[in-house]
Design a protein around this ligand. Structure first.
Ligand code: NAD
Length: 366
Protein backbone atom coordinates (compact mmCIF):
# COMPACT_ATOMS: atom_id res chain seq x y z
CA UNK A 1 0.00 0.00 0.00
CA UNK A 2 1.19 3.52 -0.82
CA UNK A 3 1.86 5.52 2.35
CA UNK A 4 2.30 9.07 1.04
CA UNK A 5 -0.95 9.29 -0.96
CA UNK A 6 0.10 12.22 -3.12
CA UNK A 7 -2.62 13.21 -5.58
CA UNK A 8 -2.21 15.64 -8.46
CA UNK A 9 -5.54 17.29 -9.23
CA UNK A 10 -6.02 18.60 -12.77
CA UNK A 11 -9.48 20.21 -12.94
CA UNK A 12 -9.14 21.24 -16.61
CA UNK A 13 -11.83 23.17 -18.50
CA UNK A 14 -15.57 23.82 -18.54
CA UNK A 15 -17.36 21.96 -15.75
CA UNK A 16 -14.05 20.29 -14.73
CA UNK A 17 -13.21 22.83 -11.99
CA UNK A 18 -16.81 22.82 -10.69
CA UNK A 19 -17.08 19.05 -10.26
CA UNK A 20 -13.52 18.80 -8.95
CA UNK A 21 -14.26 21.36 -6.24
CA UNK A 22 -16.80 18.89 -4.80
CA UNK A 23 -14.25 16.07 -4.95
CA UNK A 24 -11.73 18.20 -3.02
CA UNK A 25 -14.26 18.71 -0.25
CA UNK A 26 -14.70 14.95 -0.03
CA UNK A 27 -10.98 14.18 0.02
CA UNK A 28 -10.43 16.88 2.64
CA UNK A 29 -13.13 15.26 4.76
CA UNK A 30 -11.53 11.80 4.46
CA UNK A 31 -8.08 13.31 5.11
CA UNK A 32 -4.56 11.93 4.83
CA UNK A 33 -3.85 13.02 1.23
CA UNK A 34 -1.19 15.36 -0.01
CA UNK A 35 -3.08 17.27 -2.72
CA UNK A 36 -1.51 19.52 -5.35
CA UNK A 37 -3.20 21.16 -8.30
CA UNK A 38 -2.13 21.89 -11.87
CA UNK A 39 -3.41 23.04 -15.24
CA UNK A 40 -4.38 20.88 -18.21
CA UNK A 41 -6.19 21.45 -21.49
CA UNK A 42 -7.34 24.90 -22.56
CA UNK A 43 -6.67 26.28 -19.08
CA UNK A 44 -3.01 25.25 -19.44
CA UNK A 45 -2.81 26.58 -22.99
CA UNK A 46 -4.05 30.01 -21.86
CA UNK A 47 -1.29 30.27 -19.24
CA UNK A 48 1.62 28.24 -20.69
CA UNK A 49 0.87 28.14 -24.43
CA UNK A 50 0.68 24.33 -24.28
CA UNK A 51 -2.11 21.97 -23.12
CA UNK A 52 0.25 20.30 -20.63
CA UNK A 53 3.41 22.00 -19.35
CA UNK A 54 6.51 19.80 -18.86
CA UNK A 55 6.51 20.71 -15.20
CA UNK A 56 2.92 19.44 -14.77
CA UNK A 57 3.82 16.25 -16.63
CA UNK A 58 6.75 15.74 -14.24
CA UNK A 59 4.42 16.24 -11.25
CA UNK A 60 1.99 13.69 -12.71
CA UNK A 61 4.79 11.13 -13.03
CA UNK A 62 5.79 11.68 -9.41
CA UNK A 63 2.26 11.59 -7.93
CA UNK A 64 0.74 8.38 -6.55
CA UNK A 65 -2.43 9.17 -8.53
CA UNK A 66 -3.77 11.85 -10.88
CA UNK A 67 -7.38 13.01 -10.79
CA UNK A 68 -8.58 14.83 -13.90
CA UNK A 69 -11.80 16.78 -14.52
CA UNK A 70 -12.34 17.36 -18.24
CA UNK A 71 -10.68 19.24 -21.08
CA UNK A 72 -11.81 21.14 -24.14
CA UNK A 73 -14.27 23.77 -25.24
CA UNK A 74 -15.21 26.02 -28.15
CA UNK A 75 -12.64 28.65 -27.11
CA UNK A 76 -9.82 26.31 -28.18
CA UNK A 77 -11.48 24.48 -31.09
CA UNK A 78 -9.56 26.35 -33.79
CA UNK A 79 -6.08 25.75 -32.29
CA UNK A 80 -3.61 23.67 -34.30
CA UNK A 81 -3.77 19.92 -33.59
CA UNK A 82 -0.69 19.89 -31.34
CA UNK A 83 -2.07 22.62 -29.06
CA UNK A 84 -5.61 21.30 -28.71
CA UNK A 85 -6.75 20.67 -25.10
CA UNK A 86 -7.19 16.92 -25.79
CA UNK A 87 -3.45 16.66 -26.54
CA UNK A 88 -2.79 17.35 -22.85
CA UNK A 89 -4.84 14.33 -21.87
CA UNK A 90 -3.24 12.15 -24.55
CA UNK A 91 0.23 13.14 -23.34
CA UNK A 92 -0.67 12.19 -19.79
CA UNK A 93 -1.90 8.77 -20.94
CA UNK A 94 1.15 8.23 -23.15
CA UNK A 95 3.90 9.43 -20.81
CA UNK A 96 2.38 7.62 -17.83
CA UNK A 97 2.15 4.49 -20.03
CA UNK A 98 -1.44 3.81 -19.02
CA UNK A 99 -2.27 0.61 -20.86
CA UNK A 100 -5.41 -0.54 -19.03
CA UNK A 101 -8.59 1.50 -19.12
CA UNK A 102 -11.22 0.53 -16.56
CA UNK A 103 -14.79 1.54 -17.29
CA UNK A 104 -17.37 0.33 -14.79
CA UNK A 105 -21.01 0.27 -15.84
CA UNK A 106 -22.93 0.45 -12.62
CA UNK A 107 -26.64 1.07 -12.41
CA UNK A 108 -27.81 2.66 -9.19
CA UNK A 109 -31.24 1.26 -8.28
CA UNK A 110 -32.75 4.73 -8.11
CA UNK A 111 -31.65 5.43 -11.71
CA UNK A 112 -32.59 2.09 -13.29
CA UNK A 113 -35.54 3.81 -15.00
CA UNK A 114 -33.18 6.21 -16.80
CA UNK A 115 -31.70 3.44 -18.98
CA UNK A 116 -33.05 3.00 -22.47
CA UNK A 117 -33.23 -0.74 -21.71
CA UNK A 118 -36.03 -2.32 -19.69
CA UNK A 119 -35.56 -1.66 -15.97
CA UNK A 120 -35.43 -5.40 -15.15
CA UNK A 121 -32.50 -5.91 -17.51
CA UNK A 122 -30.32 -3.25 -15.88
CA UNK A 123 -31.41 -3.08 -12.23
CA UNK A 124 -28.40 -4.13 -10.14
CA UNK A 125 -26.05 -4.08 -13.14
CA UNK A 126 -22.40 -3.92 -12.08
CA UNK A 127 -19.90 -4.80 -14.78
CA UNK A 128 -16.38 -3.67 -15.52
CA UNK A 129 -14.82 -3.31 -18.94
CA UNK A 130 -11.03 -3.47 -19.07
CA UNK A 131 -9.87 -2.04 -22.39
CA UNK A 132 -6.29 -2.28 -23.67
CA UNK A 133 -5.38 1.35 -24.28
CA UNK A 134 -1.96 1.71 -25.87
CA UNK A 135 -1.77 -0.99 -28.56
CA UNK A 136 -3.80 -2.55 -31.33
CA UNK A 137 -5.10 -1.04 -34.53
CA UNK A 138 -5.01 2.58 -33.30
CA UNK A 139 -1.22 2.44 -33.05
CA UNK A 140 -0.14 -0.49 -35.26
CA UNK A 141 2.27 -0.05 -38.20
CA UNK A 142 2.10 0.11 -41.16
CA UNK A 143 -0.57 2.75 -41.30
CA UNK A 144 -1.48 5.54 -43.67
CA UNK A 145 -3.19 6.35 -46.94
CA UNK A 146 -1.34 5.52 -50.15
CA UNK A 147 -1.88 6.12 -53.84
CA UNK A 148 -2.11 3.03 -56.00
CA UNK A 149 -0.84 2.81 -59.61
CA UNK A 150 -4.39 2.36 -60.88
CA UNK A 151 -5.41 5.74 -59.48
CA UNK A 152 -7.20 4.29 -56.46
CA UNK A 153 -6.20 5.16 -52.90
CA UNK A 154 -5.75 2.66 -50.08
CA UNK A 155 -6.17 3.29 -46.34
CA UNK A 156 -4.17 1.01 -44.06
CA UNK A 157 -4.24 0.27 -40.35
CA UNK A 158 -2.70 -2.72 -38.66
CA UNK A 159 -4.10 -4.70 -35.76
CA UNK A 160 -1.09 -5.94 -33.82
CA UNK A 161 -0.58 -7.33 -30.31
CA UNK A 162 2.42 -8.93 -28.65
CA UNK A 163 2.29 -11.52 -25.88
CA UNK A 164 3.41 -9.05 -23.20
CA UNK A 165 0.80 -6.48 -24.22
CA UNK A 166 -1.94 -9.10 -23.90
CA UNK A 167 -0.66 -10.60 -20.67
CA UNK A 168 -0.28 -7.31 -18.78
CA UNK A 169 -3.82 -6.13 -19.49
CA UNK A 170 -5.22 -9.60 -18.79
CA UNK A 171 -3.49 -9.60 -15.41
CA UNK A 172 -5.27 -6.36 -14.53
CA UNK A 173 -8.59 -8.00 -15.46
CA UNK A 174 -7.92 -11.17 -13.45
CA UNK A 175 -6.78 -9.18 -10.39
CA UNK A 176 -9.90 -7.02 -10.58
CA UNK A 177 -12.14 -10.06 -10.95
CA UNK A 178 -10.68 -11.47 -7.74
CA UNK A 179 -11.99 -8.40 -5.91
CA UNK A 180 -15.42 -8.81 -7.55
CA UNK A 181 -17.29 -11.94 -8.69
CA UNK A 182 -14.18 -13.80 -10.00
CA UNK A 183 -15.38 -14.05 -13.60
CA UNK A 184 -13.54 -12.74 -16.68
CA UNK A 185 -14.96 -12.75 -20.18
CA UNK A 186 -12.26 -12.22 -22.81
CA UNK A 187 -13.52 -10.65 -26.03
CA UNK A 188 -11.90 -10.77 -29.51
CA UNK A 189 -12.63 -12.04 -33.00
CA UNK A 190 -10.51 -15.18 -33.05
CA UNK A 191 -12.80 -16.56 -35.77
CA UNK A 192 -11.46 -14.06 -38.33
CA UNK A 193 -8.32 -12.43 -36.87
CA UNK A 194 -4.95 -13.99 -35.98
CA UNK A 195 -4.39 -11.29 -33.36
CA UNK A 196 -7.61 -12.60 -31.79
CA UNK A 197 -6.30 -16.18 -31.85
CA UNK A 198 -3.15 -15.06 -30.04
CA UNK A 199 -5.22 -13.00 -27.58
CA UNK A 200 -7.34 -16.06 -26.72
CA UNK A 201 -4.35 -18.41 -26.41
CA UNK A 202 -2.32 -16.08 -24.19
CA UNK A 203 -5.19 -15.29 -21.84
CA UNK A 204 -6.05 -18.98 -21.52
CA UNK A 205 -2.40 -19.77 -20.72
CA UNK A 206 -2.19 -16.99 -18.15
CA UNK A 207 -5.33 -18.18 -16.42
CA UNK A 208 -4.03 -21.74 -16.24
CA UNK A 209 -0.70 -20.54 -14.84
CA UNK A 210 -1.80 -17.95 -12.27
CA UNK A 211 -5.56 -17.50 -11.97
CA UNK A 212 -7.31 -20.88 -11.82
CA UNK A 213 -9.54 -19.41 -9.08
CA UNK A 214 -11.06 -17.03 -11.66
CA UNK A 215 -13.59 -18.35 -14.19
CA UNK A 216 -12.63 -17.48 -17.77
CA UNK A 217 -14.95 -17.44 -20.78
CA UNK A 218 -14.38 -16.23 -24.34
CA UNK A 219 -16.75 -14.35 -26.60
CA UNK A 220 -16.57 -12.88 -30.10
CA UNK A 221 -16.84 -9.09 -30.05
CA UNK A 222 -19.94 -8.94 -32.24
CA UNK A 223 -21.75 -11.36 -29.96
CA UNK A 224 -20.57 -9.36 -26.93
CA UNK A 225 -22.20 -6.21 -28.35
CA UNK A 226 -25.46 -8.15 -28.68
CA UNK A 227 -25.19 -9.69 -25.22
CA UNK A 228 -24.54 -6.28 -23.64
CA UNK A 229 -27.95 -5.05 -24.73
CA UNK A 230 -29.70 -8.45 -24.43
CA UNK A 231 -28.58 -9.58 -20.96
CA UNK A 232 -25.86 -7.28 -19.57
CA UNK A 233 -26.01 -8.73 -16.05
CA UNK A 234 -24.34 -11.96 -17.25
CA UNK A 235 -20.95 -10.17 -17.18
CA UNK A 236 -18.56 -9.44 -14.32
CA UNK A 237 -15.25 -8.32 -15.90
CA UNK A 238 -14.83 -8.02 -19.67
CA UNK A 239 -11.28 -7.73 -21.03
CA UNK A 240 -10.75 -6.70 -24.62
CA UNK A 241 -8.50 -4.87 -27.04
CA UNK A 242 -8.33 -1.17 -27.83
CA UNK A 243 -10.79 -1.04 -30.73
CA UNK A 244 -13.42 -3.43 -29.40
CA UNK A 245 -13.04 -1.86 -25.94
CA UNK A 246 -13.67 1.59 -27.38
CA UNK A 247 -16.99 0.46 -28.86
CA UNK A 248 -18.13 -1.91 -26.13
CA UNK A 249 -17.38 0.48 -23.25
CA UNK A 250 -19.49 3.22 -24.84
CA UNK A 251 -22.25 0.70 -25.44
CA UNK A 252 -22.08 -0.43 -21.79
CA UNK A 253 -22.01 3.19 -20.61
CA UNK A 254 -25.37 3.83 -22.20
CA UNK A 255 -26.91 0.98 -20.21
CA UNK A 256 -26.62 3.23 -17.18
CA UNK A 257 -28.54 6.16 -18.65
CA UNK A 258 -26.38 9.14 -17.72
CA UNK A 259 -22.99 10.50 -18.67
CA UNK A 260 -22.92 12.47 -15.41
CA UNK A 261 -22.64 9.23 -13.42
CA UNK A 262 -19.77 7.41 -15.18
CA UNK A 263 -16.26 7.21 -13.70
CA UNK A 264 -13.12 5.69 -15.23
CA UNK A 265 -9.56 4.74 -14.36
CA UNK A 266 -6.47 4.20 -16.49
CA UNK A 267 -3.65 2.16 -15.00
CA UNK A 268 0.01 1.61 -15.87
CA UNK A 269 2.47 -1.13 -14.99
CA UNK A 270 3.20 -2.18 -11.43
CA UNK A 271 6.51 -0.91 -10.06
CA UNK A 272 8.82 -2.72 -7.63
CA UNK A 273 6.64 -1.60 -4.69
CA UNK A 274 3.50 -3.00 -6.29
CA UNK A 275 2.00 0.41 -7.04
CA UNK A 276 0.93 1.65 -10.47
CA UNK A 277 0.77 4.95 -12.30
CA UNK A 278 -2.90 5.82 -12.40
CA UNK A 279 -5.20 8.46 -13.83
CA UNK A 280 -8.81 8.78 -12.72
CA UNK A 281 -11.36 10.83 -14.64
CA UNK A 282 -15.08 11.03 -15.35
CA UNK A 283 -16.14 9.73 -18.77
CA UNK A 284 -17.95 12.97 -19.62
CA UNK A 285 -16.35 15.98 -21.29
CA UNK A 286 -16.20 19.64 -20.28
CA UNK A 287 -19.91 20.27 -21.06
CA UNK A 288 -19.45 23.88 -22.21
CA UNK A 289 -23.23 24.23 -22.58
CA UNK A 290 -23.69 24.15 -18.78
CA UNK A 291 -20.23 25.28 -17.57
CA UNK A 292 -20.12 27.93 -14.85
CA UNK A 293 -23.83 27.60 -14.06
CA UNK A 294 -23.77 25.25 -11.06
CA UNK A 295 -25.64 22.65 -13.15
CA UNK A 296 -23.06 19.88 -13.60
CA UNK A 297 -23.49 16.52 -11.89
CA UNK A 298 -20.33 15.98 -9.80
CA UNK A 299 -21.02 12.26 -9.22
CA UNK A 300 -18.96 10.91 -12.13
CA UNK A 301 -15.95 12.78 -10.76
CA UNK A 302 -16.77 11.78 -7.16
CA UNK A 303 -17.05 8.12 -8.22
CA UNK A 304 -13.72 8.46 -10.08
CA UNK A 305 -12.18 9.59 -6.78
CA UNK A 306 -13.76 6.56 -5.13
CA UNK A 307 -12.06 4.34 -7.75
CA UNK A 308 -8.79 6.07 -6.87
CA UNK A 309 -9.23 5.18 -3.19
CA UNK A 310 -10.05 1.58 -4.10
CA UNK A 311 -7.38 0.88 -6.72
CA UNK A 312 -4.47 3.22 -5.90
CA UNK A 313 -4.72 3.44 -2.11
CA UNK A 314 -6.39 0.18 -1.07
CA UNK A 315 -8.99 2.21 0.85
CA UNK A 316 -11.96 -0.04 0.13
CA UNK A 317 -13.89 1.04 3.24
CA UNK A 318 -13.70 4.73 2.31
CA UNK A 319 -14.54 3.96 -1.34
CA UNK A 320 -17.54 1.91 -0.20
CA UNK A 321 -18.61 4.83 2.00
CA UNK A 322 -18.54 7.26 -0.93
CA UNK A 323 -20.41 4.85 -3.21
CA UNK A 324 -23.04 4.22 -0.55
CA UNK A 325 -23.41 7.94 0.14
CA UNK A 326 -24.07 8.55 -3.58
CA UNK A 327 -26.66 5.77 -3.48
CA UNK A 328 -28.35 7.36 -0.42
CA UNK A 329 -28.51 10.76 -2.12
CA UNK A 330 -30.08 9.28 -5.25
CA UNK A 331 -32.53 7.22 -3.17
CA UNK A 332 -33.55 10.43 -1.40
CA UNK A 333 -34.52 11.88 -4.78
CA UNK A 334 -31.81 14.56 -4.80
CA UNK A 335 -30.84 15.08 -8.45
CA UNK A 336 -28.89 17.37 -10.72
CA UNK A 337 -30.61 18.40 -13.96
CA UNK A 338 -29.21 15.54 -16.08
CA UNK A 339 -30.88 12.85 -13.94
CA UNK A 340 -33.87 14.67 -12.46
CA UNK A 341 -37.35 13.17 -12.77
CA UNK A 342 -40.71 14.57 -11.73
CA UNK A 343 -41.29 14.52 -7.99
CA UNK A 344 -37.55 14.70 -7.24
CA UNK A 345 -35.56 17.53 -5.68
CA UNK A 346 -33.52 19.35 -8.33
CA UNK A 347 -30.19 20.67 -7.04
CA UNK A 348 -27.04 22.28 -8.40
CA UNK A 349 -23.43 21.06 -8.33
CA UNK A 350 -22.55 22.48 -4.90
CA UNK A 351 -25.78 21.27 -3.26
CA UNK A 352 -25.12 17.80 -4.69
CA UNK A 353 -21.65 17.92 -3.09
CA UNK A 354 -23.29 19.04 0.20
CA UNK A 355 -25.73 16.12 0.00
CA UNK A 356 -23.00 13.50 -0.61
CA UNK A 357 -20.93 14.88 2.28
CA UNK A 358 -23.96 14.86 4.57
CA UNK A 359 -24.78 11.28 3.58
CA UNK A 360 -21.17 10.24 4.32
CA UNK A 361 -21.34 11.90 7.72
CA UNK A 362 -24.63 10.22 8.48
CA UNK A 363 -23.34 6.78 7.55
CA UNK A 364 -20.15 7.22 9.54
CA UNK A 365 -22.14 8.47 12.52
CA UNK A 366 -20.75 12.02 12.21
P1 NAD B 1 -19.72 16.34 -22.99
O1 NAD B 1 -19.57 15.08 -22.24
O2 NAD B 1 -18.94 17.49 -22.49
O3 NAD B 1 -21.28 16.76 -22.98
C1 NAD B 1 -22.31 16.01 -23.61
C2 NAD B 1 -23.66 16.39 -23.00
O4 NAD B 1 -23.76 15.81 -21.69
C3 NAD B 1 -23.85 17.89 -22.83
O5 NAD B 1 -25.19 18.22 -23.06
C4 NAD B 1 -23.49 18.13 -21.37
O6 NAD B 1 -24.16 19.24 -20.80
C5 NAD B 1 -23.93 16.83 -20.71
N1 NAD B 1 -23.08 16.50 -19.57
C6 NAD B 1 -21.81 16.02 -19.62
N2 NAD B 1 -21.33 15.86 -18.39
C7 NAD B 1 -22.29 16.25 -17.54
C8 NAD B 1 -22.38 16.34 -16.13
N3 NAD B 1 -21.36 15.98 -15.32
N4 NAD B 1 -23.53 16.79 -15.58
C9 NAD B 1 -24.57 17.15 -16.36
N5 NAD B 1 -24.54 17.10 -17.69
C10 NAD B 1 -23.42 16.66 -18.29
O7 NAD B 1 -19.38 16.03 -24.52
P2 NAD B 1 -19.30 17.03 -25.77
O8 NAD B 1 -20.37 18.09 -25.64
O9 NAD B 1 -19.25 16.17 -26.93
O10 NAD B 1 -17.89 17.74 -25.65
C11 NAD B 1 -17.66 19.02 -25.03
C12 NAD B 1 -16.17 19.26 -24.93
O11 NAD B 1 -15.59 18.27 -24.06
C13 NAD B 1 -15.43 19.15 -26.27
O12 NAD B 1 -14.43 20.12 -26.31
C14 NAD B 1 -14.83 17.76 -26.22
O13 NAD B 1 -13.69 17.65 -27.01
C15 NAD B 1 -14.51 17.61 -24.76
N6 NAD B 1 -14.44 16.24 -24.26
C16 NAD B 1 -13.50 16.00 -23.32
C17 NAD B 1 -13.41 14.75 -22.74
C18 NAD B 1 -12.40 14.54 -21.65
O14 NAD B 1 -11.90 15.51 -21.11
N7 NAD B 1 -12.11 13.32 -21.28
C19 NAD B 1 -14.29 13.73 -23.12
C20 NAD B 1 -15.29 14.01 -24.07
C21 NAD B 1 -15.35 15.29 -24.63
Amino acid sequence: MIMSKSVLILPGDGIGPEVMAQVRRLLDRIGGFSLSEGLVGGAAYDVHGTPLADDTMAQALKADAVLLGAVGGPKWDSLPFADKPERGLLRLRKDMELFANLRPALVFDALAGASTLKTDLVRGLDLMIVRELTGGVYFGEPRGIEDLPNGERRGINTQVYTTSEIVRVARVAFELARKRDSRVCSVEKANVMESGVLWREEITKLREADYTDVALSHMYADNCAMQLVRAPKQFDVIVTDNLFGDLLSDCAAMLTGSLGMLPSASLGAEDANGSRKALYEPVHGSAPDIAGQDKANPMACILSASMMLRYSFDMAAEADLIDAACQDVLNAGIRTGDIVESGMTPVGTVAMGDAVLAAMDKRSGG
